[in-house]
Design a protein around this ligand. Structure first.
Ligand SMILES: [Mg+2]
Length: 382
């Protein structure tokens, strides 16, 4: 079944407020819609990524180079198509895409991800099967948490803000929160986690994400304190800066039994392998819009399983829900329950998956089972 055309559409929208995490802030919501057309009229489509700085380079790479590698070829041969894209040889002139530097490597892997993910949707439609069943189909619904706990704006009460957000998640039937830490003092952040536990009650899932905000010993202090108070934190995410992850995480793991999550900053399966082998990693949250798509994500998941590492997924629930549902050693799908943080999550799909009793239903339609709204794509097209 031949691919006849690849279409790529960059989107962007300004957010109504600026959201501050441990080491960064978010003021806009960019993403890339990718469509793969098959010779029988099927169109695979999905969206993914929130890259602002290199969005146009990713789009150009797909349009000018990757498309030609998959057009005319069989969409069923996803592993072979992936190899063709991964080993693309592109001369872009001065320094070009020679893959010696981190920057072009990241652009390449995000571009491959766009095409690979859209091919998975097309294959699902071709076989009239949801992607999670193509991958193995372990779960019909998956537990859902919300990314949140962004820092208070001037004038807001930090602890009241956390408590109100946790209550809103309980009211929405969401199982837990992945909250930001790493920007305030350790003491202030600790109080914020304690407030989340007090409001959430003992069964509410709390994960904390420092976005690489700490030195190793600060991460140790924070995790030891959370453990001493028995705050029941499900995992500690990206506690330590990227340049100190291997030895730093090993040091942390020797001092705490709180599971450590990393991986969203990695762009290759081999980097995930090295993290697991060298670092103190319990959960990988590698992102299929960054690491080379569903094809490579599942290979990483298979590797992690044999190394007793659980799988999470950084954001992107429109695809991640299928990956979490397809694997026995998976954790939670993540959404932004606050619609102002990610309006596209709620506006782009014609139907958003049902959330109830802490779980999100896996879409049962073919492919990713989520049809994108053309009017929304047109509104935010760059
Ligand atoms: Mg994170």
């Amino acid at each position: 079944m031949k691919i006849t055309k690849v279409e790529v559409i960059p989107l962007d929208m300004d957010l109504d407020e600026v959201f501050k995490g441990g080491t960064y802030q978010v003021a806009s919501r960019p993403t890339i819609v990718t469509r793969v057309y098959l010779e029988n009229g099927i169109v695979g489509e999905t969206y993914g990524g929130d890259e602002f700085h290199t969005q146009s380079e990713i789009v150009d790479l797909i349009r000018d180079h990757l498309s030609a590698l998959v057009i005319g070829d069989d969409c069923r041969d996803f592993a072979r198509l992936w190899e063709k894209m991964f080993h693309v040889d592109v001369d872009l002139g001065n320094r070009g895409l020679h893959q010696l530097d981190m920057h072009p490597r990241g652009i390449l892997m995000q571009a491959i991800s766009c095409v690979d993910n859209a091919i998975w949707d097309a294959r699902g439609k071709l076989f009239n099967t949801p992607v999670y069943k193509l991958l193995g189909g372990c779960k019909e619904r998956v537990p859902v948490i919300s990314i949140g706990g962004y820092y208070a704006k001037p004038g807001e009460d930090s602890l009241e803000k956390i408590s109100a957000e946790v209550q809103s998640l309980l009211d929405a039937g969401i199982a837990g929160i992945k909250m930001k830490v790493g920007r305030a003092t350790l003491e202030e952040d600790f109080e914020r986690v304690r407030a989340a536990r007090t409001t959430g009650g003992k069964d509410f899932v709390i994960a904390v994400d420092a976005n690489q905000g700490w030195a190793p010993l600060d991460a140790v202090k924070f995790c030891v304190a959370m453990e001493r108070e028995n705050l029941g934190v499900r995992w500690m995410e990206e506690p330590i800066a990227w340049y100190d992850q291997t030895d730093g995480l090993m040091l942390l793991q020797q001092k705490t039994s709180i599971p450590i999550t990393v991986g969203q900053g990695e762009i290759s399966g081999r980097a995930c392998r090295d993290l697991i082998l060298k670092g103190g990693v319990n959960i990988l949250n590698v992102d299929c819009t960054l690491c080379g798509g569903v094809t490579e994500w599942q290979r990483i998941a298979d590797m992690a399983r044999y190394m007793n590492v659980e799988m999470a997924h950084h954001e992107e629930p429109q695809i991640a829900i299928h990956l979490i549902a397809a694997n026995p050693h998976s954790t939670y799908v993540e959404i932004f329950n606050n619609r102002t943080r990610d309006p596209l999550l709620w506006e782009l799909p014609e139907d958003f998956p049902i959330i109830k009793d802490g779980y999100m239903e896996v879409p049962k339609g073919p492919g990713f089972g989520i049809k994108l709204r053309e009017d929304v794509i047109e509104r935010y097209r760059k």
